[in-house]
Ligand binder design. Structure first.
Ligand code: ZN
Length: 139
């Protein structure tokens, strides 16, 4: 029983490893696409208006880049967990994260129960701060 379970787990891990490696490859080599976009842009658009829209695009790219960097970190930590054998284990309660949850969100670090607790806590903190502000405004 345990052997079947762990070999199933191995197959799952290999599947996730592949997903992460593919995602990382896409994240690490976007230059080709980007430079093509830029070349196309500067050929087709050349007046000042378009220059500012290009700047906007660059800002967007920067924002996107920092999100990509964060995502790359998450993927790296997930890959490290796969080799350490702790992938799919909730960081909070040490229980296995539901497989369906991992399939939907492979970089999930908390099981759904802990995630919901965390979100409830965040929500409470947020609403407490809103309450404080309201109280301050009233005072
Ligand atoms: Zn948990």
């Amino acid at each position: 029983m345990k052997a079947i379970h762990s070999s199933q787990r191995q197959v799952q891990l290999q599947k996730f490893k592949k997903i992460f490696e593919d995602q990382k490859a896409t994240l690490l080599h976007p230059q080709q696409v980007h430079s093509q976009d830029l070349t196309l842009g500067s050929d087709a658009l050349s007046d000042e208006l378009d220059l500012s829209s290009m700047e906007r695009e660059q800002n967007l790219t920067l924002k996107l880049r920092s999100r990509e960097a964060l995502f790359t970190k998450k993927i790296d930590s997930a890959l490290a967990k796969i080799s350490a054998g702790t992938f799919g284990i909730c960081e909070c309660c040490d229980e296995e994260i539901e497989f369906s949850r991992l399939e939907a969100r492979p970089t999930a670090e908390l099981c759904i129960v802990c995630k919901e607790k965390e979100e409830a806590l965040e929500h409470r903190v947020l609403s407490t701060e809103q309450n404080k502000k309201q109280i301050l405004r009233l005072a």
